[in-house]
Design a binder for this molecule. Structure first.
Ligand code: ARG
Length: 394
């Protein structure tokens, strides 16, 4: 009986070639396509996979689960890697791996495969997730193993083997897309001093093209989760899609980074996450209103650790699960509404309100009605400064 492998298939060059390559090594290939909001032409890619030699193609709509169980967990955590990456690609890997493992179990396949290169983070994420979910499955990474060292060699292999690939000249970059955002790398971007052309961006307008009129929006959160946009109740997926359009038109959500990969390399990455940035900004603004100082500051440390775990491929780990319990506990206060102004690349918070607000006007005011006891300040400062009084002076 042929060995059976379930391959995470995107429809692109690498994974198309991988179908043929795996078949030539004696594997029966099931192509698994996860829909995480990348808006691919799944029907066309399904035909392509079958034509290339897959025995079966599975298309799995994971959008709602992706938002609920991955993206919104990261939003509640305020997870941001190295100050600029909202982790769109990194968050999608564990859910795709989960679908891959499930499909392998259903199909009674002993192997799973992915099309990641040998120098990126994604190979780590796919493989560690697979190991955690089902350690009996064997993992094959064709791109790491085959002899095709360059893109042109792959294209030649595809042509020689009659593998249908896109002949139209696509953008000369590596682009990964899902609901939460887009990651763009390689090509001319490999020069860190090179300013990207406007046409690399897919979701956001440049400052010059963005509307001159500010867009005002209102987002309501319940326990850390966005539930309405401009007063209208919507699913998480719809809030993200609607916001991506509004914020993208205003030029919000771009970042250009030199980033530290887990595998030790620094790389140039361009990200677009218009909905992500808006929700992240709004969520933090609401937290600043309802969380007390100690909880807020401690949570900031947790956010950094959480982002590292997601980035490093440790989604299915006891620490991530434990941190989620802590974060969920903090989110019981995070209900309320945030108003934002989106204009020419800026995403500014202009208002926030919550039934759990800890802001007390009678304590903060410099006007009539001040209830703050000024006389307490003197003694407080005396004791606070005591350890430092005359420090170093004999
Ligand atoms: N550097 C990002 C990460 O490791 C994105 C990787 C995928 N990017 C791409 N353009 N294929 O999460």
């Amino acid at each position: 009986m042929a060995k059976k492998v379930v391959l995470a298939y995107s429809g692109g060059l690498d994974t198309s070639v991988a179908i043929k390559w795996l078949s030539s090594k004696g594997y029966e290939v099931v192509a698994y396509m996860a829909d995480v909001g990348q808006e691919s032409d799944f029907e066309a890619y399904k035909k392509r996979a079958l034509k290339t030699g897959a025995v079966k193609v599975v298309v799995d709509d994971l959008k709602a689960e992706f938002v609920k169980d991955f993206v919104f967990k990261a939003l509640k955590a305020d997870a941001l890697y190295e100050g600029g990456y909202l982790l769109a690609t990194a968050l999608s890997r564990p859910i795709i791996a989960k679908g891959l493992v499930k499909t392998a179990e259903k199909e009674k396949a002993g192997f799973v495969a992915h099309g990641c290169t040998g120098k990126g983070n994604d190979q780590v994420r796919f493989e560690v997730a697979t190991m955690a979910l089902n350690p009996t499955l064997k993992i094959i990474a064709p791109v790491r193993e085959w002899e095709l060292k360059t893109r042109s060699e792959e294209i030649k292999y595809a042509k020689d083997n009659f593998i249908p690939i896109d002949t139209t000249k696509k953008k000369p970059y590596s682009i990964d897309v899902n609901l939460w955002g887009i990651s763009i790398e390689s090509g001319k971007l490999e020069d860190p001093y090179y300013e990207p052309d406007e046409d690399i961006y897919c979701l956001t307008k440049g400052i010059d093209k963005a509307s001159g009129r500010a867009a005002y929006i209102e987002i309501e959160f319940k326990k850390g989760i966005p539930v309405t946009l401009n007063g209208e109740a919507m699913s998480g997926v719809d809030i993200i899609l609607k916001l991506a359009k509004i914020a993208g038109d205003a030029g919000v959500g771009r970042s250009d980074m030199i980033e530290n990969r887990l595998v030790g390399i620094k790389s140039r990455e361009i990200y677009e996450a218009p909905a992500g940035w808006t929700l992240y900004t709004a969520h933090k603004a609401l937290e600043s209103l309802v969380l007390d100082r100690e909880l807020l500051h401690f949570k900031e440390m947790v956010s950094l650790k959480y982002a590292d775990l997601v980035y490093y491929g440790l989604w299915y780990s006891p620490l991530r699960e434990a941190l989620d319990k802590f974060i969920d506990d903090t989110q019981k206060y995070v209900s309320g509404t945030v108003r934002l102004k989106l204009h020419k690349g800026n995403c500014s918070v202009v208002g926030r309100k919550s039934p759990n607000s800890l802001y007390k006007k009678e304590l903060a005011t410099y006007e009539e009605g001040d209830k703050f006891d000024w006389s307490l300040a003197k003694g407080f400062i005396e004791l606070w400064g005591l350890p430092y009084k005359g420090r170093g002076k004999k």
